[in-house]
Design a protein around this ligand. Structure first.
Ligand code: NAD
Length: 489
């Protein structure tokens, strides 16, 4: 594929060494063509065991967690190494994740690489110690100090939809905070993680064992990481179902568990909004990267009086977004990641039909694409918020349009979901907008198209969308413990 990918397949990174997998190799597939791109090392249970041991030793026996300036230097080296290989990384991201090239100048690649600067700066500038002053207790005056310290060994488990964004949003802050890491990426995107291993080993001063990268075609290797008592924390991004398994697995040794999970977010359009803009923006966003985004607003709640027009406008936008080759700079909707994911989306479309939903546009595979896991951007109408496709995460380019009967009803519908990841509000009157913003129980909200993604902006979910926040200072602090020291004053 390119210089970052050896012909025999990408290696594991364990204890500072690039190694073959104990279980051989597994194939990585181009979702736009269904062709095998090449191979990645397939880790065995013994490989994962060695990776955890290496991370434990690096944490316990080096100065990594205490040398803030050195860590900042190392994280910047990683950022610079990624930048120096950005074109090879772009090729891999498009081919392996099916990411449209236009997204690689933003959240699919260059955005998260740049965000490493934020993590490195925090390592240097964070207030690692805070003086609480003195206090008297039972006649003893004590001076108290709070120190923040790394949690220890972090197991990072990631999905395939935004592989660099999620790998680096865990790796950057976890390392900057002083932890050591075992990264277990999704089986669908091993190269996006494995190439980090080669760059870390060959272009940074990150000590052996501080970062370990374990690719595998088995979810069981992830479960092994979750259950190992030498791992202090799991930082997980993926589905709510797997998040539940991670929480249960980590409970055996009361592991700190940080979870970024699924969503079924609502776009709330108020009756004083520019409805045409709100609808076309929302429909457009749900087709981006074939709808494989956790924070997409896949339920469009519009005033009942505007329902027919809104459905027609959403369908017009979606119909104009033909699924295409992700290498094409004009492509917004690329392929789904796999045949399994396409089956899942098609199953949901069948359920929508069976429950009385009207497929206004899309609803199947595009006729002009005989290869690749493509699905047409789809608008579903005539269902209410109780329909399966309004309740469950589909993870495809599928928008459900639902009518509401005023602001209070819209808030009720937006909140009538097990999830609480993100959402949007569209309107004109700032007071009404603010009331709706206050009423919606989610971790992120966009108002009238505002963009929330940035290195300093904490992102995460309420309810079954997760526990904790990624990015921002809050995301960095997820990887810290708090130690209180009291000394007689
Ligand atoms: P998934 O839950 O199937 O897998 C995620 C990761 O967990 C993979 O690396 C997988 O190998 C691993 N895994 C699977 N079973 C495991 C187990 N029992 N123990 C430990 N690890 C296990 O998710 P996916 O299909 O890869 O990704 C799509 C999901 O990710 C969607 O639900 C999406 O909403 C979610 N997501 C959430 C965010 C967020 O920030 N909230 C961001 C991106 C994706």
């Amino acid at each position: 594929m390119n210089d970052l990918v050896p012909a025999e397949g990408t290696p594991l990174l364990i204890g500072g060494k690039l190694l073959p997998g104990g279980s051989g190799v597994f194939a990585t597939v181009d979702p736009a063509t269904e062709e095998i791109l090449g191979h990645a090392a397939n880790a065995s249970a013994a490989d994962m065991d060695a990776a955890i041991a290496a991370a434990r030793t690096a944490f316990d026996s080096t100065d990594w967690s205490r040398d803030h300036a050195f860590r900042a230097h190392c994280v910047r080296q990683l950022r610079d190494a990624l930048r120096a290989h950005i074109e090879e990384l772009r090729t891999i991201t498009i081919a392996e994740a099916g990411a449209p090239v236009m997204l690689t100048s933003g959240p699919q690649l260059e955005g998260p690489v740049g965000d490493l600067s934020f993590a490195a700066d925090l390592s240097e500038n964070y207030s690692w110690a805070t003086d609480l002053g003195t206090a008297e207790q039972m006649g003893i005056n004590s001076r108290r100090q709070i120190r923040r310290e790394a949690v220890g060994v972090v197991g990072a488990i990631t999905p395939w939809n935004f592989p660099h964004q999620i790998n680096l949003a865990k790796l950057g802050p976890a390392l900057a905070a002083g932890n050591t890491v075992v990264l277990k990426p999704a089986p669908d995107t091993p190269w996006c993680a494995a190439v980090l291993g080669a760059l870390i080993a060959e272009h940074t001063d990150i000590p052996a064992g501080v970062v370990n990268i374990v690719t595998s075609d088995s979810h069981g290797i992830g479960a092994q990481l979750v259950e190992d008592p030498r791992v202090d924390m799991i930082s997980f991004t993926g589905s709510t179902r797997t998040g539940r398994a991670v929480m249960t697995g980590g409970a055996v040794n009361l592991k700190r568990t940080f979870l970024e999970l699924g969503g079924k977010s609502a776009a709330v359009v108020l009756d004083d909004a520019d409805i045409a803009t709100a609808v076309s923006y929302t429909a457009f966003s749900v087709a981006v990267h074939a709808g494989q985004g956790c924070a997409l607003t896949t339920r469009l709640l519009v005033p009942r009086a505007a329902y027919a027009d809104a459905v027609a406008a959403a369908a017009k936008t979606m119909a104009g977004m033909r699924p295409g080759d992700p290498n094409n700079p004009g492509t917004i909707c690329g392929p789904l990641i796999s045949a399994a994911q396409r089956d899942r989306v098609e199953r949901y479309l069948e359920i929508a039909r069976a429950e009385g939903g009207r497929i206004v546009t899309g609803g199947g595979r595009p006729e002009d694409r005989s290869r690749g896991f493509f699905i047409e951007p789809t608008v579903i109408a005539d269902l209410d918020n109780n329909a399966t496709v309004a309740r469950e995460e589909i993870f495809g380019p599928v928008l459900v349009v639902i009518p509401h009967d005023g602001d209070a009803d819209a808030i009720r519908l937006a909140n009538d979901s097990p999830y609480g990841l993100s959402g949007s509000v569209w309107g004109t009157d700032p007071e009404r907008i603010d009331r709706v913003v206050n009423g919606i129980r989610t971790g992120t909200l966009s108002v009238n198209g505002g963009l929330w993604y940035h290195a300093d902006a904490p992102f995460g979910g309420y309810k079954q969308s997760g526990i904790g926040r990624e990015m921002g200072v809050a995301g960095f602090e997820e990887y810290l413990e708090t130690k209180l020291i009291a000394t007689p004053a």
